[in-house]
Each structure stands twice: as structure tokens, then as C-alpha cells.
Unconditional design. Sequence first.
Length: 330
Amino acid sequence: MLLYDRGLSVLEQYGLTAKSSYRGRGALLCQTEKGLLILREFRGSAKRLEKQREFLLQVQKQSGENVDQILVNQAGELVSVDKEGIPYVLKNWYEGKECDTKSQEDVIKSVEALARLHRVMKLPVCEEYVAEPLDEEYLRHNRELRRIQKFIRKKGAGNSFEKAYLSSVEWFLERGTQALKRLETSGYQQLRQTALEEGSICHGEYNQHNVLMLKRGTAVTNFEKWSFDVPMADLYRFMRKVLEKNNWDVSLAREILKAYHRQKPLTAAELENLQIRFSYPEKYWKLGNYYFTHRKSWISEKNVEKILQLIEQKNLWEDFEKKCFCNWEF
């Protein structure tokens, strides 16, 4: 109850009261005079939050897309601090269900919303919010895969995860090395330069959990990981999450690409970049990195299952990238 009281007391700084409230999404959802709002503890930079609000207001003005706008308190500030010194942010929210990755209708609506956002999410570039270049990211990840390999070899593979990693890492590392070489000889640098010149902004965490299906349309939420980057970073992230749950269905992938293309035409350079992203073993790196940066004396069965599934589906994943992008016609 104290937690509820603490959160609700912050509403006073906005001149609001909660008619009802409940916990959800790691925050406090409140029915107020301004409709459904979400109150969440804030751990970021106020300066970055200002930029986030700036482009979200621009999105609403230029496209009318539903996004979780950040509200200003009565003091004209975006961050409100309670009596205990805990900072909060208040945003508008929407009644809706998360995008269902098994529903093609939901998936298509979500990717269309992403394309529309990419048309209008632009601001003059601030260097401090520019995403790490993809070639540098791949180089770093490949080094980390090798470091994990050496670590396990030195200590000895004592559990199922470590044994699975050692038996498979060379194959995945080879794909990571090939992806980096392809990226370095591709049109990525020009694509990135153009994106930065245009001030293109990516959501940063565009997945099924951050797209709500409304009675009319969609709502996109949780832009906290936004950055200036090539829009294909968002499209790849969303597609990978969906396709992992749909057995790398090539026909579904093509429908997703067509839906995005209808709203924001894809260039040959963007398609090339997307294909390269799909050729990099990102999920494998994520599992290895999680293992390396967390307690190694206990490995969850879930992560063992995940790495074994990746190994089992490696040929399906590799074939997907080749089949999806060959003889492409819009």
C-alpha cells in the first residue's frame, strides 16, 4: 500500500487525482481526469527526456500516430520528485492488448506503424545520442564470442550450456566474421551518413511488447532507448523477434517487408543492410554475453534450451536470410 501511496502522491504535482489505479508493466496505471496515465520511476537523463518529448510531439503533430506522450507537471518539468527523493515520469497510456506475434494482422499493423513513425521521427542530430556504428558493434561482438570461448576452454566446460557453446561457437563465429566482411564492403556507411544527415531516429526497442493493438489503430510506447540510427535497425529488431516465434517463415517475412514498403519505400541499400543484419548471429551472441556477465555457477535451464534450439535451427536461420532476400520483388 505504501508503494501505491507514494506513486499516487506524485499526481498532485500535475493537479490530478487517481479515480482508480493498479500495478502493471512495472509501473502504476492510473485512471484520472486526463484519462489513462502511466506513472513510472525515472532513471535516465532529463536532457535526453526533453529530446524524447520533442520528437514525440512532432510525431503527434505531423502524423497523428498514437504514442505515449510525456506530461509536464505544474512546475513545467518532465520529471517529478516525491518526498522521498524518487523521480517519476507521467505519460498518457492506451487501453489495448500487446501485438500478438502469432497474428499476421497484428504483425502487419505493427510494422506499418513503424514505417509511418520512421517517416516523421527526425531531429537535428545530437552526437551524444548517435547509436554505435554497426561495423564496430559486430567487431566487438565477435571479439566477445572469442573471449567467452577462451574462458570456457580454460576453466573447462562443466555444464550443458558451456558444452553446447564450445561445440557450436566456431560455426557461429564464422557467420559473424562473414557478416562483418559483407557489411564493410556494402553501402552501409553511406546509408548511415544519410540517416544522420536526415536526423533519423530509431525507437531502439521496437518489439511486440511495445505496440498496443487498439480498437482503432495502434499505439507505440516506451521510446526510452531511442537513438539516431539507420531505420533498418528497428525493422530488423522487430522482424527477428516475430520470425523467431514463427519458425523463420519466409512468406511472413516478405509480407512484413511489403507492408513496411507500402508506408515507406525500401531502397536497395536498405534491403542489403537488412539482409546483412539477418546474417549476423545476434541471438547467439546475446546468450553467450548473458552467460559471461552473470553468475556462471548456475545456468538456467531456459538458457540451455535456448542455445540448444539455436544450434538445432542454425541451418533454418541461415537459409532464411538467403531465401527471403533472393529475387526480391515489391
